[in-house]
Structures are given as C-alpha cells and as structure tokens.
Design a binder for this molecule. Structure first.
Ligand SMILES: [Zn+2]
Length: 332
C-alpha cells in the first residue's frame, strides 16, 4: 500500500465509523409505520397526519385510474404486510375486493366511504345523467365506477353510491379525523403528534374551502357536461351544477350515431363547457363539441396528473377549480 492508497484507506475508515455512529443514532428516527393507501388524494391527507412519524405507501401511482387498476404482486404483498390499509370503497377501487377478502387478521382495514362523518351521495342517474358503463374487460375507460350495475355482483354496490367523497372538503375533514383515530390506535406513542398534525390539516382544509368558494362564486348556474361523473361532491360544495353526463370510453372512437346523439344533447342542455378527463384524446373531445358553441376542458377528479405527496390534495382541488373557471368563464 503506497501513501495515497493508505490515505484513501484511512478516509474510508473514518467515514465508515461516522456512518456507523449515524446508524446507531438512526433507529430512534426510523419509520416503523406500515400504512398503505390506495389513491393519491387520500394518501396526501394521510401523509399530512403522519408527518414527522412515518410515510405512507401509495398503491395507485402515476396516472393510473383507480377504477381500472390491477394490483401488482408487490403491492398485494405490501397490503398484506401493512399495519393499516386505507381505501375509499370497493366500488371506487374494485382491485381491492380480492385482497380485502383474504386480508390477514392483524391488518386494520379502513374503508373511508363508511367512516363516521363522511357524507355519501347517491350516484347520479336518470335525466341527463347517463348510466355508468360496466366494468367490461374491453373498457379501459374511466367513465365507469360499476357501483351497482347488473353485470357486477358487488353486494356493497347495491346502494349505488358515488364514492368520490374526497372532493367535498367537509368529507376530507371527516377522513382526516378517521385516519387520525386509526393511526393513534395502532401507534399510541405518536398519538399526540398525529393530533397536532390533524389540527393543522383541518385548518388548511377550512382555508381551502373558503378560497375556492370565493373563486367559484361567479360560476353558479353555468351549465356544463362531464364525461366522468365524479365531481358532484365538488359541485355541491361550491354551488356548481353539472347538467348532464356523457358516457364514452377514452380510447374507443364512438360511432357516428352515438356522436350525433351526444352533440344533440350538448345543444339541448346549452352547455357552456364539456369536460373530459385525463386520458381522453383531444380529438375525441373535439369531435363531441364539433358544431356547438361549447368549449372543452378537462377535469382530473382523482388528481392523476398531480405528483403525490402532502400537497397533492390542495393542488388537485385548486386545479379542478382552475379548470372549471377557465372553461366556464374564459379570460377574454
Ligand atoms: Zn373516478
């Protein structure tokens, strides 16, 4: 070993001992929580409550839709090894049905659509709201939630509830409270921290509600149509009203007959705006609004296009408000 090798060796040794010291301190700070959450908006709220204690694992990442998601073996393993598994409902996340049936006894399951204080709305159907498409294998779309259709045999779905509950800030608050109580039960040593975090989150949700209420005030009563009927919680919270829905699959070109029917409907309802969702080809949206005065926009009710993390919920809600405002009341 020459001098420089010796010096390099010495450096490595010194660093190695520094790391060893850090590693000895580390266990007190280690994340020993095992909390697994299905979708981004819920994951965001859980992340806020858990701040400083641990980080929850997200299952439906990227731009994948929870309605058509298929569970990877690694994610199934994470759910089976979790301390707490948090989802919205079987109707919203059909991929959870199987894994929940065989869930080990020591995994606490929190289905938020059943949580105390959460307001559940009936799925809109009839009138100008079209039937939700079935979960057919052919349908890669997102415009279906299979909440009570004949072909699906979900017992839980019989009531045909709309599970996009998080889009109402009051429901988000109830979710925070339910999550805080589940976390505190499993990790009592961190209960105080969870409660402090939850109090901050509840304040932020109130502020968000006030912010969006004033932002959307001028848009009351302006008719619009949605592709993915997911936004009624948002509409109810902020005084908006969709006048109808269109059931289309994002990647299947509708027939000429269907297009004509859809265009007639848009004209009849006098929709200022027609909202598609992420995943729909602009060409398809253009074909639907062709020949009408309606503008087109996109609504991302699951925040699929937003990065996950503690800010996701707020960003998703603001982005929804911005999309609605831009389309219904464009700046001239
Ligand atoms: Zn949806």
């Amino acid at each position: 070993m020459n001098f420089s090798q010796l010096r390099a060796h010495f450096k490595i040794t010194v660093w190695a001992s520094v790391f060893a010291t850090v590693a000895q301190i580390a266990p007190a700070q280690a994340d020993e929580t095992k909390v697994v959450v299905t979708i981004k908006p819920i994951h965001a709220l859980v992340t806020e409550v858990m701040a400083g204690v641990g980080t929850p694992t997200l299952i439906v990442d990227g731009s994948a839709s929870p309605h058509t998601f298929t569970l990877k073996p690694s994610s199934a393993k994470a759910i089976n090894e979790a301390h707490i598994f948090i989802r919205v409902s079987e109707g919203l996340e059909p991929f959870t049905r199987k894994v929940v049936t065989a869930l080990p006894k020591d995994v606490a399951l929190l289905s938020l659509s059943e949580a105390k204080g959460v307001t559940l709305l009936d799925q809109r159907e009839g009138g100008d709201f079209e039937e939700h498409a079935d979960h057919g294998g052919h349908d890669h779309g997102h415009a279906h939630h299979g909440h009570g259709k004949k072909k699906t045999n979900h017992v839980e779905d019989a009531a045909a509830k709309d599970s996009h509950i998080w889009l109402d800030p009051e429901n988000a608050k109830a979710i925070v409270v339910a999550v805080t109580s589940a976390l505190s039960e499993r990790y009592p040593e961190s209960a105080e921290k969870f409660n402090t975090n939850a109090a901050t989150t509840l304040q932020k949700l109130d502020a968000l509600r006030a912010e969006l209420t004033s932002e959307l005030l001028a848009l009351k009563g302006k008719p619009f149509i949605v592709f993915h009927d997911a936004t009624q919680y948002f509409e109810k919270s902020f005084g908006l009203t969709a006048s109808g829905s269109i059931t289309l699959s994002p990647d299947v070109q509708p027939s000429a007959k269907r297009l004509t029917a859809v265009r007639k409907k848009i004209a009849k309802l006098g929709a200022v705006c027609v909202f598609a969702e992420p995943g729909f080809q602009p060409k398809l949206v253009a074909a639907v609004t062709e020949g009408s005065q309606s503008r087109s926009g996109s609504l991302d009710a699951e925040g699929l296009m937003q990065p996950p993390g503690s800010n996701h919920y707020y960003e998703m809600m603001r982005s929804l408000a911005r999309s609605i405002k831009t389309c219904l009341q464009p700046v001239s």
